[in-house]
Design a binder for this molecule. Structure first.
Ligand code: KG4
Ligand code: ZN
Length: 339
């Protein structure tokens, strides 16, 4: 079965094709240069750019996979969460494609896509724990089955990637700054600068990163000569430590000793190093599938269509985008999600 997956939840136009769970192609058109001058994503511009490039991204994805439109058996697209204008482009494109090809359509929760991508290259099967750390989200899920997720914790303010981007900006690095900050941190001393450790004494599984950004701003205002590499290394260490501490506590609490990590921050080499040294199994997907892409949406559809999944087999074409879409509501009409 060939599934086409589409994601336009934020600033990447992603389309991928899979056959029986194997990724055949994944094409992502990023809008980094478009949004760089604003230091963040400009929603209106993102929608227009998705509209401009989406047909070309589809052609490339088909070409890479060596397939024709007629080979597609099902179209899946992200319904949410995300920017509503951006979501609508991929969602309506996907619905129209499904209608014209006379194949079923499946609306997917973007986070479900990240979870599906996080098991690629492993034999991970539910139950497992899934950490999603990106520019838009930082959450820890218990995956009881495909279509059955429990959110154990989430960020109370900024996402981990967002914190990387904001601190990178303070250090004069271009947006998005996660990778650049991480490279700078290589040259710094992670113990040089004292920064607050968020939620150190909590019992739950939440995250909080906005205080860190403020602490760095205060430090740089007070001591502008502080070595930037040391700031980068110290900041990165606190973020990685918070993620590791929380995942470890979740492993101990649930007794589930298998963890997957997805989202742009999964590319962070220090996070990989620290989590890989933990006494439980941690799986990182291929880098290309960690960040937003369309193949992960097709992969989520694949898992949801598997025999054991607790999920519907198709979505009504009247289904709307759901900008605020908790994963627990995935597969429903989104009404309870207020969308
Ligand atoms: O998943 P993603 O591509 O897009 C969404 O936000 O959904 O994640 C992008 C985020 C950005 O905030 C970026 O700075 C961060 O991932 N990122 C990193 C690294 N590479 C990307 N953060 C830390 N270390 C990295 N190496
Ligand atoms: Zn994402």
């Amino acid at each position: 079965m060939v599934i086409l997956g589409i994601d336009t939840s934020c600033d990447d136009t992603g389309i991928g094709l899979i056959r029986d769970g194997e990724v055949l192609s994944s094409v992502v058109a990023t809008q980094t240069e478009l949004h760089e001058p604003y230091g963040g994503v400009l929603p209106e511009a993102a929608s227009r750019e998705h509209l401009r490039v989406i047909r070309n991204v589809l052609s490339q994805a088909l070409e890479q996979a060596g397939l024709q439109l007629q080979d597609i058996d099902l179209v899946a697209a992200t319904r949410g969460p995300g920017l509503v204008g951006a979501l609508l482009v991929g969602l309506n494109f996907g619905k129209a494609l499904a209608l014209s090809l006379d194949v079923p359509f499946l609306g997917i929760n973007h986070l479900e896509g990240h979870i599906a991508s996080s098991v690629v290259g492993s034999d991970l099967e539910p139950p497992f724990l899934a950490l999603i750390a990106s520019g838009g989200h930082t959450s820890l899920f218990r995956v009881d089955g495909w279509g059955a997720y429990a959110e154990l914790g989430r960020t109370r303010d900024d996402a981990a990637g967002e914190a990387f981007d904001k601190v990178a900006r303070q250090l004069g690095l271009p947006y998005p700054g996660g990778a650049a900050l991480s490279a700078l941190a290589e040259e710094g001393d992670p113990a040089a600068v004292r920064l607050p450790r968020p939620l150190l004494r909590q019992e739950g599984f939440d995250f909080s990163f906005s205080g860190l950004k403020t602490a760095v701003a205060t430090l740089l205002a007070r001591e502008p000569d502080t070595c930037y590499a040391d700031v980068a290394a110290s900041f990165q260490e606190v973020v990685v430590d918070a993620l590791q501490r929380t995942v470890r506590r979740a492993v101990e609490t649930t007794g589930i000793r298998r963890v997957s990590v997805a989202g742009g921050v999964a590319a962070n080499s220090r996070l990989r190093e620290v989590l890989s040294a933990e006494p439980y199994a941690v799986h990182f997907p291929p880098l290309a599938l960690s960040a937003d892409n369309g193949a992960m949406i097709a992969l989520a559809a694949h898992h949801l269509l598997s025999a054991e999944a607790r999920a519907p087999e198709r979505t009504e074409l009247a289904a709307d985008a759901v900008p605020y879409y908790p994963l627990a509501d995935a597969g429903t009409d989104g009404a309870s999600a207020g969308g």
